[in-house]
Design a protein around this ligand. Structure first.
Ligand SMILES: Cc1cc2nc3c(=O)[nH]c(=O)nc-3n(C[C@H](O)[C@H](O)[C@H](O)COP(=O)(O)OP(=O)(O)OC[C@H]3O[C@@H](n4cnc5c(N)ncnc54)[C@H](O)[C@@H]3O)c2cc1C
Length: 378
């Protein structure tokens, strides 16, 4: 077992870190405060080849491995977990095409993302169905040479900015998960209504909205796989995307640790830097331990996917452990800063708000534990 990164991986990480230090960290606070979408930063990250890591080389992608993708995501999330949500949502939306699309569909929808800057949205969650995704109510009806999509989606990242929507629905609600199907809808489709931007606790630079599909007609060839293949495609997508969310948590947690170390060495109380107080040292030790353990789980989940092994269990370990740890670590960072940690003038307050979402989207921490229990008890 070798924990070293290759020369190419080190080069791409150095490039990502420079980009984050120059282009994201200086403005992240302002974008958060104003709830401003980082379109230009997103585009620069795309120009550097740091976005759409899941597109295979046959379709114009860089041919990154899952391990490459998680280390790039960690570097981007270090700068801003909120901006990274928007970046990551592209892969979340493109992965169903990678997993379930035909060669023709991949050429049609993946290749343009490598030729020009484009944004995508993954549309699964509905107002009344989040964790219970198999019960979604959006219908996909057969109408000759078209599918007709009707229903409401909620909490969709990039919804107001996307060029492409990957939309889940059911061809027959009575079939439960066996009826779930997935279609690609292009921007501007007649009957697609974009909801108001949500005013969120964190990830305020990302664009999150509801969507309404009012009898949106798409050609038959816009369905990925066959009717009823959607559940398998969604689950396969999550096996790849949960390690990405977990790596975002590692990036945010590493940032909270680094900020805490710097502050603890500078801030004096009782005549010495607070880093000299053992109570602060144990907080920082726990933070460092959890960051490292999270990173190892994330990288194991990614390497298993690269080796073609089923990684559902380890992906859920990584998602639950890394995101719960990130919440704890960012909360502890506020504690290390004391009163100053509670102020928007310092970075740790934002880190704590941003960490919360990672425990919620792409399967809550409770749902990860259900997956883990099902896997270890079976
Ligand atoms: C900012 C943001 C961005 C998002 N982006 C996207 C996106 O791009 N695309 C998309 O499709 N979705 C997206 N989501 C939706 C997200 O995936 C859901 O919010 C999440 O799956 C939880 O669903 P819910 O909010 O309906 O909560 P619920 O499912 O109602 O859960 C509420 C609580 O009950 C718990 N719970 C539910 N069922 C069980 C159970 N069986 N056992 C134990 N506990 C349970 C949950 O863990 C949670 O604590 C986003 C959400 C947010 C907030």
């Amino acid at each position: 077992m070798n924990f070293d990164l290759s020369t190419e991986q080190k080069e791409i990480i150095d490039m990502a870190k420079k980009f984050v230090a120059n282009e994201i960290i200086p403005v992240a606070q302002e974008f958060d405060e104003k709830g401003k979408f980082p379109r230009e930063i997103f585009q620069k990250a795309w120009e550097l080849g740091l976005i759409n890591t899941s597109i295979p080389s046959e379709y114009g992608g860089a041919g990154f491995s899952n391990l490459d993708a998680v280390i790039i995501t960690e570097a981007l999330a270090y700068g801003c977990m909120g901006m990274n949500s928007s970046f990551m949502a592209n892969d979340l939306a493109l992965l169903p095409i990678v997993i379930g699309g035909s060669d023709e569909q991949k050429k049609k929808w993946l290749t343009p993302f490598t030729q020009e800057f484009k944004i995508a949205a993954f549309c699964l969650t509905e107002p009344n169905n989040g964790s219970d995704a198999a019960g979604i109510k959006t219908t996909i009806k057969d109408d000759g040479d078209h599918w007709v999509i009707s229903g409401n989606k909620m909490w969709i990242t990039n919804a107001g900015e996307a060029d492409l929507y990957v939309v889940y629905g059911t061809v027959d609600p009575a079939l439960k998960h066996k009826g779930i199907s997935v279609c690609v809808v292009e921007k501007g489709a007649q009957g697609l209504e974009i909801g108001k931007k949500e005013d969120k606790m964190g990830h305020r630079a990302s664009d999150t909205r509801g969507l309404t599909f009012n009898n949106v007609r798409v050609p038959k060839e816009n369905m990925l796989g066959k009717p009823g293949d959607g559940w398998k495609i969604a689950m396969g997508t999550l096996d790849h995307s949960r390690p990405l969310v977990a790596s975002s948590a590692v990036g945010g947690a590493q940032r909270a640790l680094d900020e805490s170390i710097t502050y603890a060495k500078q801030r004096n109380q009782f005549g010495v830097p607070i880093a000299k107080h053992q109570a602060i040292q144990t907080i920082i030790s726990d933070m460092a331990m959890k960051v490292e353990a999270s990173r190892l789980l994330v990288q194991k989940a990614a390497v298993m996917a690269d080796q073609g092994q089923r990684n559902t269990l380890v992906a859920s370990y990584a998602k639950a452990f890394a995101t719960d740890s990130c919440m704890q670590i960012t909360t502890d960072a506020v504690q290390v800063y004391g009163g100053y940690g509670y102020s928007k003038e310092y970075p740790v307050e934002k880190l704590m708000r941003d960490a919360k979402l990672l425990q919620i989207y792409e399967g809550t921490s409770q749902i990860q534990r259900l997956v883990i229990a099902r896997e270890v008890l079976s």
